[in-house]
Structure formats: structure tokens, C-alpha cells
Design a protein around this ligand. Structure first.
Ligand code: SAM
Length: 237
């Protein structure tokens, strides 16, 4: 692992603007230029996104609802939400990822043949700690894996302060079997592993949500061979 401890945020930002951008742009894309592990991660991640879309669809129309997608990556969630009519503010610490999300949105809009939504989505290069405003729903998928629990506590507090009604987050859960898997992964690092991966105890995440005035209302787990992600919906109480 090239970057451990120290200032995770700077390391993560550099990674997702360089090698990480190349790696994740492919994983979160549709091209065949991925290896078996990357394909497995693509499949798992797509399942997480589908679960979120199912949840929001079950609640009714997204038209006009404001959504902040923090750490939007290449827009896997922000784009379908925008195409559903939500007013989306998407941001990412990596300018390369946010730029790719914007490009993919234009492509998806053209392919969908639908009219541009009344409120065009915004894609910005910004760390989630700097995001301001108030939104009906705040989403943050698969970002916390890059940070230790003390940083995640602060992130949850901040994201919760932006959310009027609903917070949807996902993280890699810290269970015995996943801790062992992670340890094995660390012993045999692949060439493109350049950031640390942190697992989080669900109780710790839930406690941070509770302190911020939110109650968990929905839970899902996605696990493929190399991807595992716990998904929580929490609402303001
Ligand atoms: N949420 C997206 C998704 O599920 O498709 C992307 C997930 S990707 C594994 C993690 C993303 O989090 C990267 O695009 C990275 O640049 C971004 N990120 C990491 N730390 C961040 C921070 N402090 N603020 C905003 N974005 C961050």
C-alpha cells in the first residue's frame, strides 16, 4: 500500500485524480477492459446503486426533490436521479471524477431521448466536508471506505446537517469474515491498490447517525466475491 495513515484526504484526492481515476472510470463503466476482480466489483457496485434507486422509487416521484450526492464518482447514482427529475448537486473531491460524471450525464441525457430536466444537475469538484446547503436527500455511497472511523464520524455529522429528511450511505462493514478477507488482500496487494481501505462497525455508523438526529429505517447488504457494502437509509427524527 503506497499511502497509509497521515492525511488520508490528500492521498485519496491524488489517487482519484490519477491512477484511481483510470481504475474506477473503467470499473464504473461498461467497457470490457476490466479484469475478473474489477468486473466483480462493477457488478456488486451496480447492485448497491439499484437498491438505492428501488428505495427512492418506492417512496414516490423524485421530481423536484433536491439531492446532494457527496463523493459522486463518475455519477453512477447522481445521473439516474437527475434523469428521474431530482434537482441534483453532485460533488467529488476529485476533479477528474466529477468531470467524468458531467460527461456521462450529457451522454446519458442524449441517449435517453428525454428533455433535459428543469433543473440541470451540478457536478462540482469539492470535498464533502465543504458542501453547504440543505437538501431533501443526501447520498454518499462507498466513500467512507477511504477513511478511519473518527473521520467518518465527522463526515456523518456534516452530511446529516445538510439533509432535511433522508440520508443514504454505504460503507464496508467490519465483521470477522470481512476483516480476514481484508487482511488477506493486504498481504497480497495488487498493483493498483493505492489507498487504504477501512471497514466500519455498523454500530459505530448507526451511533453517529443517531447523535446527528437520524434513525435507520432501511438496511441492505451487497456482497459479491470482492465487493461488500452495507447500505443504510436513515431519516431525521
Ligand atoms: N459514490 C460513487 C459511486 O458509488 O459510484 C463513487 C464511489 S468511489 C469508490 C469513492 C469516491 O469518493 C471517489 O470518486 C473519490 O474521489 C470520492 N471521495 C473520497 N473522499 C472524498 C471526500 N472527502 N469528499 C468527496 N469525495 C470524496
Amino acid at each position: 500500500m503506497a499511502q497509509t495513515g497521515g492525511d488520508e484526504k490528500e492521498a485519496v484526492k491524488n489517487y482519484f485524480n490519477t491512477a484511481g481515476y483510470e481504475r474506477w472510470r473503467k470499473i464504473y463503466g461498461e467497457t470490457s477492459e476490466v479484469n475478473k476482480v474489477q468486473l466483480d466489483i462493477r457488478t456488486g457496485h451496480a447492485q448497491t446503486v439499484e437498491k438505492v434507486l428501488r428505495w427512492v422509487d418506492e417512496e414516490g416521484s423524485m421530481t423536484g426533490l433536491s439531492v446532494c450526492d457527496a463523493g459522486c464518482g463518475t455519477g453512477s447514482l447522481a445521473i439516474p436521479l437527475a434523469l428521474r427529475g431530482a434537482s441534483v448537486s453532485a460533488s467529488d473531491i476529485s476533479a477528474a471524477m466529477a468531470g467524468e460524471a458531467e460527461r456521462r450525464y450529457q451522454e446519458a441525457l442524449a441517449a435517453s431521448g428525454s428533455k433535459a430536466p428543469k433543473v440541470a444537475p451540478k457536478f462540482e469538484a469539492m470535498d464533502l466536508e465543504s458542501v453547504q446547503g440543505s437538501y431533501h436527500t443526501v447520498t454518499c455511497l462507498d466513500v467512507m471506505i477511504h477513511y478511519p472511523q473518527d473521520k467518518v464520524d465527522g463526515m456523518i455529522t456534516h452530511l446529516a446537517s445538510l439533509a432535511d429528511k433522508r440520508l443514504i450511505i454505504s460503507f464496508a462493514p467490519k465483521t470477522l469474515s470481512y476483516s480476514i478477507l481484508k487482511r488477506i488482500g493486504e498481504l497480497f496487494p495488487g498493483p493498483s491498490k493505492a489507498t487504504r481501505a477501512y471497514l466500519h462497525r455498523e454500530e459505530d455508523v448507526e451511533a453517529a447517525l443517531q447523535r446527528a438526529g437520524f434513525k435507520v429505517t432501511k438496511r441492505e447488504m451487497t456482497a459479491t466475491s470482492f465487493y461488500f457494502s452495507r447500505l443504510l437509509e436513515a431519516v431525521r427524527v
